[in-house]
Every structure is written in structure tokens, then in C-alpha cells.
Write a protein that binds this ligand. Sequence first.
Ligand code: KG4
Ligand code: ZN
Length: 349
Amino acid sequence: MRLLAIESSCDETAAAVLADGRHVLSSVVASQDAVHAPYGGIVPELASRRHLEVIVPVVEQALAAADTRLGDLDAIAVTRGPGLVGSLLVGCAVAKALAYVARKPLVGVHHLEGHIFAARLTEDPPEHPFLALVVSGGHTALYHAPAPLVYALVGQTRDDAAGEAFDKVAKLLGLGFPGGPVIERTARAGDPGAIGFPLAQMRDGASDFSFSGIKTAVALHVKRHGPLSPGQVADVAASFQAAVVKMLVRKTVRAALRLGVKRVVLTGGVAANGPLRAALAREAEAHGARLHVPPPHLCTDNAAMIGAAGAARLAAGERAGLTLNARPDWALEDASLGGAPRALAARAR
Ligand code: KG4
Ligand code: ZN
């Protein structure tokens, strides 16, 4: 089974060709970082325009690199949501046009299910049940996946996504965009214990996250002590990163223990972060659980992960018609096979 996958939900234009939903024959990612860098964040209108410019060459490149013609394909998968609507529409329109002209089945994929399926593209795919921490620029959430294609929301951010916090703090420190990689690099020269940034506590003990407090604390610190020397910037970056990692790890391990799951998946752009990968692996193991984390290039947005999820959806009998439309605010629970497992979600919380 040969499948073409397309991803354009945010600021990466990506296409991939997969064999049997497991073997990545090609994966092309065109980053828009240079387009958005002058603004210190993603400008939605610029993102959709850039997708329009590059999506056809990106798809052609993915097909050529996999030595595949449109006629050789068995299906096409595309990210349907969530994401920026203008960006999603570009991928959906191209996928529909290709499915129409080549007369191939089409399937719409949930972006976060794609991130979770990135873990299935490794040598060591996780078995169910597992807990997935999805941390990206747009999302920070914990999902319980008791069975294939079934998801219950366990906790989520009450304000910013973790990646968004990295991006905003990098902007505050004048480090550039995207923030995650540059903060990770800058933090290597800093002391993670230099500044005690506050960790949000949930009064109701929920597995929810909050990052706006840390972000504000960094802003106040910069205002009070600025202009900062390079050494001080490194200390702020290291202390901020340590606080975010601590919160993510603490909440995830607690939820895993509460649910009694022995497998944890870490995925999404922020999962490319070395200290987060190391700390969660260590803590999960200390509590009798195993961490499954895709390699960094499969953690950040790509189309291979969308292909892996799309293949599973096709195998489950899902097909989209040519009326497929973008769903910018699609909740992962609503994409669950058989509908959202509400009773399960209540128990997981
Ligand atoms: O999953 P992704 O590529 O796109 C979304 O779906 O949002 O995630 C992008 C986010 C950005 O906020 C970026 O700063 C963050 O992931 N990120 C990182 C690292 N690499 C990317 N955050 C922390 N450490 C990194 N190494
Ligand atoms: Zn993403």
C-alpha cells in the first residue's frame, strides 16, 4: 500500500510517501521560519500564501524522491485540522484535486493523531494503552489512548502552549524565532538553577498545564534586570527551560501513575527538546513506565506522521469525499473511533 501524505496546518509545507503506513519512502518539509522570523511569531496570512507557493513543488519532490508516480499511489492522506484555516485549506484543496484527477481514495487526518503516530514510525512502536504528551507550538495536552484510534483528553494547557511559551520567551530575550531550538542552544551555557521561575499549581489538582505565569515572570525579570549580558540571557533561558520541563514531566508522570499505564509517548515540536526527552525518560523509568519518543525530525511538523495516521484510518475503513473541508478547531477526542469516549475521559481526569 503506497500512500501520499500532505501536511500544511501551520507553517511547514510537507509531503511524504509511505509504504504500508510504516516505511517512509520520502519526506519533504519546507520550513517557513525565514518568512515569520522578522515578526517573532507566525503570521497566518503569510503562512497560507507561502503554502500556496511551495506546495506543488513539495509534493512533486516527495513523489520523485520515492520514485513514485501519481498512478502508483493507493491513497492520499491530508491534515484536515486543527490548525490555521487558511493553511489547512491549501493542503486540503491540493489533496482533493490529486485524489480527483488520479481517482484515489482520500482520508482526512487529525494533526495531533499524526504527532502521536510519529511514535509508530520508530523501531519500537508503543502498544496500547498509552499516555501521550503532545507538546507543540499550538497544543499542550495529555491523551489516554486505551486502544487504536481512541483518545481521551486527560489534561491540557489553560493558557499558552509550551512551544508558544518558548517562542515568546525567545522574543523577550531577543533570541529570534522559532524559540525552542534557540533557547535549548542558549541554555547550554546557562545555569538552570540560577532563577527560580514559578511553577503553576492547579488548585483542583487537575492534570492541566499553565505557562503564562512563567512567561510573565521572565518578562518581569528582563524588565527589572535588563539589559542582560549574554551570560545572564543564558541563565534565564536555562532556568525557564528547566521550569517548563519540570512542569511537563511532573504532570505527565502523575497522570500515567493515576491511569496505571506503563507506556508514555512524547511528541510534537517541543518533544525535540533534549532536556525534556532526557528528564521524561528518566522519570518515567523511575516509576516503572517506558517512554517512546520519535526522533526530533519526526517530532516537529512533517507529513510522514500524517501518512502513518492516514494509513491506520484507511485500514479502519475511513474515506473522505471530495467535500472534505478543513476543521481548524477539531478536538482529538471527536476524531476517536466510535466517537469521544466520554466516560473514559471522566475517569482519566
Ligand atoms: O509541532 P510543531 O512543529 O508545530 C505545531 O504543530 O505547532 O511545533 C513547533 C513548536 C515551536 O513552538 C517551537 O519553538 C517548538 O515546537 N520547538 C521546540 C524545539 N524545537 C521546536 N521547543 C523546545 N525545544 C526544541 N528543541
Ligand atoms: Zn504540529
